[in-house]
Write a protein that binds this ligand. Structure first.
Ligand SMILES: Nc1nc2c(ncn2[C@@H]2O[C@H](COP(=O)(O)OP(=O)(O)OP(=O)(O)O)[C@@H](O)[C@H]2O)c(=O)[nH]1
Ligand SMILES: [Mg+2]
Length: 448
């Protein structure tokens, strides 16, 4: 995790009005005195939305959010409206000092609660975001980082296409196997899908299909990362409102390649989703883990078009050491505000309200070290089953993909260096027990 030498978040974003969920307590109450700001949380309920930027900006100004985020406020269109739209608590809401206990979410609407207009805006912006995520379609799969399309050039359009791109059917082979991410999968375990689709096996990708042409300009990329079995592929499917866009399975290690999905109109795609292989799968040799770390470190620290990272964490387990290690790979870019971060606490349907709130608070506290004036960090409970957190996640990601291009700071060589891969992971063994969680096998079925 990054240290706290970074610019601390100065004061404090304002309190979003009208949150109704008591799952929206801030983590700042647990933050140490003088600690930098804590990330926002974005559970369901609440919403002070702004569908249009002018309304967002006005709302942000009204709520005082912008005061704490002056750095990037100048660089983005209505950058701070996100906090309002997410309806998430931010530390030291109005009237409190940094490091002070945060203001708990109001249990009921009060004078500051959004009116009809806000409710309509909320609906509109959630609908717009979900309509956009629904456009997600498979683009390509890459077994190695350097195989990913760069600046709009797809593998098939390169002068010398790489043979690895032939395996667009998610065959359990290829470069990532070298990273130890392979496993003996039953490719017919479609019953593992939460959505009880009536198709058999994996969705077929036509190997002869002509890949969609990307625009010459680079598209912002949103990466979905997390431990094996955390729910990355399922979350992509849920966001896209498609049953089998990404391959979800209770078998850990299902996703073994970097799978890219393109979003936006066919003739004007505007973003990419990257479903990345999970980590922490027990049956992986040590040197293979190191290779995987290198791939992830390279991707997260060097992928120029990376706009946001969605880190999926099983809400029952919280941030593991491997998750923290992964965050280190991208921490410089997060603290600089170059890459946004959303931590989704998945499978929230398995927790009761109290435990969900506690999980949220714990992760917010742990992420506080990444919070700076420039950073854009949110945490939310999420369930693909109940759709908890879905609207918020969609809206936030939509916003990442459609914001004005960010002004990137200049990095020193040292700063931009790829973090050293390390095999020190004391919690690895313990974490791996999660993958064998028998509850996963029994509970991960869609409840009626
Ligand atoms: N109850 C419940 N189960 C879920 C939820 N999200 C995912 N699951 C289940 O968790 C298991 C793993 O989901 P995946 O989406 O394949 O996980 P992944 O992170 O993509 O895993 P890898 O591809 O191995 O890295 C599947 O059995 C899903 O049905 C959720 O919100 N609630
Ligand atoms: Mg997956």
């Amino acid at each position: 995790m990054t240290d706290s030498n970074k610019k601390p978040a100065s004061a404090t974003p304002g309190k979003p009005a009208g949150r109704t969920s008591d799952e929206t307590t801030t983590a700042s109450s647990a933050a140490p005195e003088g600690a930098p700001g804590t990330p926002r949380s974005g559970p369901k309920g609440k919403k002070v939305s702004a569908a249009v930027q002018a309304a967002q900006a006005a709302k942000a100004a009204k709520s005082g959010v912008s005061a704490a985020r002056k750095g990037r406020a100048k660089k983005r269109a209505a950058p701070n409206a996100k906090a309002g739209r997410q309806g998430v608590a931010t530390p030291g809401a109005k009237g409190s000092q940094p490091g002070q206990a945060g203001v708990a979410a109001p249990k009921r609407r009060d004078a500051a609660a959004p009116g009809i207009e806000d409710a309509v805006e909320t609906l509109t912006s959630a609908k717009r975001a979900l309509a956009w995520t629904h456009t997600a379609r498979f683009l390509t799969t890459a077994s190695q980082l350097h195989h990913l399309p760069q600046n709009g050039v797809l593998p098939g359009q390169e002068p010398e296409p790489d043979e690895d791109f032939d395996d667009q059917d998610h065959d359990a082979s290829g470069g990532f196997d070298d990273a130890g991410l392979s496993a003996d999968h039953d490719r017919d375990d479609q019953e593992d899908q939460m959505d009880e689709g009536d198709e058999d096996g994996e969705p077929s990708r036509d190997p002869n299909a002509v890949p969609e042409t990307l625009p010459a300009r680079p598209l912002p990329e949103i990466a979905f990362v997390g431990r094996s079995n955390a729910g990355k592929s399922t979350a992509i499917n849920t966001l896209a409102q498609q049953k089998r866009l990404a391959f979800a399975s209770k078998t850990p290690g299902r996703t073994q390649h970097i799978n890219l999905f393109v979003l936006g109109p066919k003739d004007a795609p505007d973003a990419l989703f990257a479903d990345l292989p999970g980590y922490g799968y027990a049956a992986v040799a040590r040197d293979a883990k190191l290779r995987w770390q290198r791939v992830m470190a390279d991707y997260l620290s060097q992928r120029e078009t990376l706009s946001g990272v969605v880190l999926m964490v099983d809400s029952r387990h919280g941030l593991t050491d491997l998750d923290k290690q992964l965050l280190e790979f991208v921490s410089d870019r997060v603290t600089a505000g170059e890459v946004s971060l959303l931590v989704l606490l998945t499978k929230a349907d398995k927790l009761n309200r109290k435990d969900g709130a506690a999980a949220l608070e714990q992760v917010q506290k742990e992420l506080a070290v990444l919070a700076t004036e420039d950073s854009d960090i949110a945490v939310s409970l999420f369930s693909a089953l109940s759709k908890q957190g879905l609207d918020d996640a969609a809206e936030l990601i939509y916003d990442w993909a459609h914001r004005e291009p960010r002004v990137l700071r200049d990095y020193d060589d040292d700063e931009m260096g790829v973090p050293e891969a390390t095999d020190a992971d004391p919690a690895d063994g313990a974490d791996d027990a999660h993958d064998a969680d028998p509850a996963d096998d029994t509970d991960d079925t869609r409840k009626p």
